[in-house]
Design a protein. Structure first.
Length: 492
């Protein structure tokens, strides 16, 4: 399993040899263009803290030294590196502390299970936060089970504060790790309890002190987001959505994927129940605490924020906590493996289920990512055929932003608003234009193109036709996840 996981991660890295990006990645790439000081100022105007972007800037610069590796590929590979870090942790600490089966199964689950693989090739902070929260959780478990050493607390604090400066829900995940550590202390031996609690309080206090300089920015960002963000409020159905996100392979196999998800849920539940029946000990309590409390705290926080009128939770925010969940599942399987024949068979079946779900996830990953790579060749050719002085009009802010990053043309947005950072970062991209503005642009410029998204593009063209504007289709292309048609506009 460890060997296959290494091969799969290499296979994933191979899909980064492209230059297609989506909307969120535009911000990542724009933030790292300037100095560290400029980077921090830009992130302060966005909705995330700055550490990931500092990491990205450094790693992309180092990887970019490899001949032939462009900025986009280098930035994508920076997200692969945390996956390598997780495999190293598996090969070293997890193998030594929990056994070879836990090592191999954890490697498989943390690389191949649904959703996680997508974030090893995306220019965002999730894989980095996944690595750091997993490391912090392992340290918390080690403090309880292997002894409290000062260096462990220092590294735990460092991982915690770096994670807090990476992404806000990852920060909540670290709060979950600290809460898990407190629970493990309280249910542990009374002799060390006071000393451990004192060290935990020092760790938390030091984290708060280091985070204070960013709090005004956090409050300002929260004020900006409140009431104006695109994310829908959470409902009771969102709980099922969370479970579905974690367990359902994203692949074009219909019912087979849902069967795999159901089997994965059953396998996890079975391993927990069998461990509770057979080996109900303090180690099991510690494992369940560190494996599921950080994830539960993230989900619960999403619901709380949604209830108070700030719905800023999407399912991918759970990704940083999934490493600990899959680690504990791996250990639970390992704890049953060398027991009686019945428990051995149960463990074997669970492993086969995880292998089945992981295989579907890898296949789905390949079909999606490789499709983007293949279509990008035609998309790139279509965009490069547009004149340097062409005016490009979009009806979707994501497409306008991505095109503005790729091209130096004047990029306008038809009757829609764009994030205030985009025009500042991308030479005025996203200029608002009305029907009258479009007509004037077509009259005054020899080369004008409409990059139309969604079915509404036909209605827009019909509306423009009433003003004497013609539109002839030049190409239909896929740019990362955005399908759009390119129309050359002219006057009748």
């Amino acid at each position: 399993m460890i060997l296959v996981s290494v091969v799969v991660l290499i296979f994933m890295a191979a899909q980064t040899v492209t230059d297609d990006i989506w909307y969120d990645e535009v911000f990542s790439l724009c933030f790292i263009k300037g100095s560290i000081g400029e980077l921090i100022k830009l992130t302060a105007r966005d909705v995330h803290p700055p550490f990931y972007y500092i990491y990205l800037k450094v790693m992309a610069a180092i990887i970019g030294l490899i001949p032939g590796v462009g900025l986009v590929t280098a930035a994508k590979l920076a997200s692969v590196i945390p996956g390598v870090g997780l495999l190293i942790i598996a090969l070293t600490y997890i193998r030594k502390r929990f056994g070879h089966l836990a090592m191999g199964l954890f490697s498989w689950l943390v690389i191949c299970m649904p959703q996680i693989g997508n974030y090893y090739v995306e220019i965002r902070m999730y894989s980095l936060a996944l690595l750091m929260i997993t490391g912090a959780g392992l340290l918390a478990l080690s403090i309880i089970q292997e002894g409290s050493r000062t260096w462990k607390w220092v590294i735990l604090w460092l991982l915690g504060i770096l994670t807090a400066y990476t992404q806000y829900y990852a920060c909540i995940g670290i709060v979950g790790v600290y809460a898990s550590l407190l629970i493990m202390i309280l249910v542990g031996d009374k002799g060390d309890r006071k000393s451990l609690i004192n060290r935990l309080l020092i760790c938390v206090a030091a984290s708060v002190v280091i985070y204070i300089p960013w709090l005004p920015t956090l409050l300002r960002q929260a004020t900006t987001v409140n009431g104006s963000y695109w994310i829908q409020p959470l409902t009771i159905r969102s709980i099922a959505g969370c479970i579905k996100f974690i367990t359902l392979p994203v692949a074009p196999y219909g019912a087979m994927c849902y069967i795999a998800a159901g089997l994965v849920i059953a396998a996890i539940g079975l391993m927990i129940i069998l461990n509770l029946i057979k080996r109900r000990d303090k180690e099991l309590i510690n494992l369940l605490t560190i494996g599921f409390i950080p994830l539960a705290v993230i989900i619960l926080s999403g619901f709380v924020l949604s209830i108070i009128g700030t719905p800023i939770f999407v399912y991918r925010y759970m990704v940083p906590a999934l490493g600990l969940m899959w680690l504990v599942v791996s250990i639970l399987v390992d704890r049953m493996w060398e027991d009686s024949l019945v428990y051995f068979i149960a463990s074997f079946i669970a492993i086969m289920i995880f292998a089945f779900a992981g295989k579907l996830s890898i296949k789905g990953f390949y079909l999606e990512e490789h499709k983007k790579v293949l279509f990008m060749e035609d998309t790139k050719a279509a965009l490069e055929s547009l004149e340097d002085d062409a005016v490009l009009i979009c009806n979707f802010d994501h497409v306008a932003s991505v095109i503005g990053y790729r091209m130096d043309n004047r990029v306008c947005l038809y009757e829609a608003d764009i994030d205030g950072l985009i025009p500042d970062m991308l030479h005025g991209t996203g200029e608002f234009v009305s029907d009258e503005d479009v007509a004037a642009i077509v009259r005054d410029n020899p080369h004008v193109y409409f990059l139309g998204s969604f079915n509404s593009r036909d209605e827009i063209l019909d509306k423009w036709s009433e003003q004497g504007i013609t539109g002839s289709e030049q190409a239909s292309v896929l740019l990362e996840r955005y399908w759009f048609n390119i129309y050359k506009l002219g006057m009748k």
